[in-house]
Design a protein around this ligand. Sequence first.
Ligand code: PMT
Length: 419
Amino acid sequence: MTLSGKKILIGITGGIAAYKTCELIRKLIKLNADVKAVITPTARKFVTETTLRTLTRNPVYCEQFDVPEWKPEHISLADSADLFLIVPASANTIGKIANGICDNLLTSLVMAFNKPVILAPAMNCNMWKNSFIQENIIKLEKAGFHIIPPESGELACGYEGTGRLSDIDKILEKVLKIFNEGNFLKGKNIIITAGGTKEPIDPVRYIGNRSSGKMGLALADAAYSFGADVTLISTVKVDKPYKVINLSTAIEMLEVVKNEFSDADALIMAAAVADFRVNKASDHKIKKADCSQKLKVGGGEPSIEMPFNASNQEGKEENLALELVKNPDILKEISVIKRDNQVLVGFCAESQNLIENAKKKIESKNLDFIIANDISNKEIGFNSDYNAVTIINKSMNEVKIDKTLKKELAKIILKEIFK
Ligand code: PMT
């Protein structure tokens, strides 16, 4: 394995484990990586710039506005690297990053860095157990940072416990894994849908659902990080380095998916698409007074009534009937035009008989895979950072994945689909 052509920033914070980082740098250089060291002012107490300059064969960076280049150092360094490793990551630096503080070159650099960041914390075991530190670690994990947890054993401060820097070879393994995975979807054109559709009732109100878009966004981010050309079709407005098409309704989603699909290698429908829409939404805001006239939005016989049936002061009924009509089934329509070499993936959100219903959907929608998630469990699924799923393929083989961060789960799902 070689890291030839890979540009790695190695951040060192103030901690006794900083001496081990020198060994890590040596191993990275042996694999032909181009390594630049960025240190915090406190790290200077633990490792010298001469050591780091000699090992990296590059200048060492510490002060933020020290260099005569026109571009601020934290921006030019961030632009120049493929990966940022922070080894050791002190409790102080972890806290700053988790809270968006940029008070030195290293922390500013992290904020400006939009490629993978690995943090290998090292500290006293009581500090590591501290709830503030743990909350910060969870926050960083949710934000997509790669955390290599500390190991337990004898600590430099004299304590025994969890806190000592992970084995250097484990950190190196993670670096190699990130670069290996980096390109496995290169050349693939993948469409991902995210969020819940919004079906208008009038210019103010809509029928929606609890989907936050997190699952679809995690898949799009993961596919992009694996080198795919990503088109995200989303009901949630987001700013991403890949193509994003924003829309609201199921009809709009069908139109856009159809347009994009002919050039795609895969369509992954994580969006929660409304099965029904209001037949002819009102052009004007519906007034409360309209309800006493038993207004029906849409016309025809009402199929669903609002669940209240109160009377106003004059004893008149205050009902509003909405006529709902069936939306097109996007996956079903796409399955008709799908070529053999295109992959169609659906999600299945069910609160009972999950696997049975998922298997029915894989057949009725002619899918290659269905990802079944149980939406009766409040800790996962809708609007949670976590999900637990069963991936089912056409031959009805099942792969079960327990509760995992959606960001991580997205990677597992993509690897399973494209393996
Ligand atoms: O967005 P989050 O808050 O992160 O939540 C994630 C999620 C729970 C929304 C997601 O994981 C999920 O399960 N998405 C699919 C929800 C859904 O609509 O499931 P369904 O069983 O009703 O539909 C099955 C499949 O058909 C889905 O892929 C859906 O996108 C698709 N569909 C549904 C209706 C329709 N008219 N056309 C479709 O193509």
